[in-house]
Design a protein around this ligand. Sequence first.
Ligand code: ATP
Length: 586
Amino acid sequence: MRPVGSKYLLEEPLGRGATGTVWRARQRETAGAEAAVAGQPGETVAIKVLKEELAQDADIVMRFLRERSVLLRLTHPNIVRTRDLVVEGDLLALVMDLIDGPDLHKYIRQNGPFTPVAAALLTAQIADALAASHADGVVHRDLKPANVLLDERGGQMKPMLTDFGIARLADSPGLTRTHEFVGTPSYVAPESAEGRPQTSAVDIYGAGILLYELVTGRPPFAGGTALEVLHRHLSEEPQRPSTLPEPLWTVIERCLRKEPNERPSAENLARGLRVVASGVGVHSSPEQVEAALGVGALLAPDPSPAPVPQTPGAAPAGAAAAGAMDAYDPNAMTSVLPPVGGADATTVLPSTGAPGPDPTSVMPPVRQPDAAHPWQSQMRAARDRNEQTQMQYLDPSEDPLRRRPQRQAPPPPQQRPQQPQQPPQYRQGPPPQQYRQQPQQPPQYQQPPQQQYAPPPPPQHYQQQQRQPQQYQQPQQPQQPQQPQYRQPQQQPPQAPPPQQRPPREPREPRRRSANPVRIPGLGCLKGCLVLILLFFVAGWLVWELTPLQEWVGTGKGWWDQVGTWVSDAYDWVSSVGNSADGPQS
Ligand SMILES: Nc1ncnc2c1ncn2[C@@H]1O[C@H](COP(=O)(O)OP(=O)(O)OP(=O)(O)O)[C@@H](O)[C@H]1O
């Protein structure tokens, strides 16, 4: 068991993502005042240890510290709470509440798609979480099933949104240093794919993709390559699956609008989804059915969507540090926990009111320009575990850092991936098994929600935050559906046969280095010469045996005899030349 700081002990890995490994861990002692949740000795927590390469990137470390206050104050019943941030030498770690349950990606793969009612209620809670974070000015930007954990306590499933802040770390200028496009193509909003300014509407687009995947088992835009998928996000309209109730499709279609301003706010999305869930169940009343059919009127766009801060201009490490200190919030101070075996905690940032230490003293070594970029190894790891994260080659001619080698240059306004290096690894939907809390029934969306999905108690009021550009209101819970009346056919056609599953890719063998790393100059040339001589020899033999050359030369000898004769003639000639050269001297 490995200690993390003085307060936590890693016990076993829970999973590995592109940015790090999540561990089940135990609290050794109560965390200090710098943690949002002090915790108790013996309590279990989840700790995401960011990859070492990330921890060695000065930009990312500073961003991590700056995001601290945002992450720690983000609390909502459907958001995995960040309890503490640990910065210790080359280690960056997020301490979170431990969620007992799988993530949605795994869940869909193992259990098949959800019924429309269950999917709507589940996504409504995710929309609640988004509404709360958007009201606080925080955009998730990486919404996908793998980032939704299912808390299965008490026989209910509560979706918990996680990985807030990780996408924000990815804004680091350090990540624009290589010619790579990094992202998850299946869930990326058109404006993100194009490099246009992003707002909280990107999360609504992600919620639309997620909802589509929940009910069909696969995202709406797939393709052979990441580039194809991105292109589809930009140019193709999603197609309504025949089994999808019309009101649910209305919601999905509005979320997937190419124009961000036409997508509903998270709050309206949550409300609309609850109305839909009430109106498409087998017990829905005529009024509920009517309300569900009119859901479009509820999906008003967000008049003031939360903007995603533009990626800061790539700046020298020193300038980045200075910038970080400019933005430093003394109340959001992070302490460096003592190194393993060390005695005293060292403060990274200045304590409130005290003069700050030189920021460069806390900077980890800046990555050498020719060293492997952190994302290269992360993307390799993601590919090895057959994840959806993609790496895309970016044409050097489109790399703004090449055109503007100064790191003060702003980030590229458009980073279009040019040449796909490998096909994306999309998980095809599994065979449409029934949602596991359901009895064996045909896959009809009219199942009463209480049989398929146990909605959690109404979410508590979102905690008042320090800055609240928007007011987030408590979502209304829908009335229980009572009567099955819905325009969709009662007997639905059987679901389309599941698309062929790709065989899981075997992890690649690590590249082996040559057993003899010593390079011999000229060895390649020598080999070439020997091969050439061999070729001449074989060609000569063929000509000698297969053509009348043997008779023309008149010897009648075989090839080997003739070669022996030529060699001895040559030897005699060389000897005679040598003797005549030696003669005058002797
Ligand atoms: N708070 C938590 N409690 C319990 N398990 C968790 C928690 N956070 C993550 N996990 C588990 O750890 C695994 C890895 O999580 P991680 O966030 O690194 O994966 P990911 O979302 O696939 O990666 P990434 O977003 O970096 O591409 C997940 O599959 C999830 O099941």
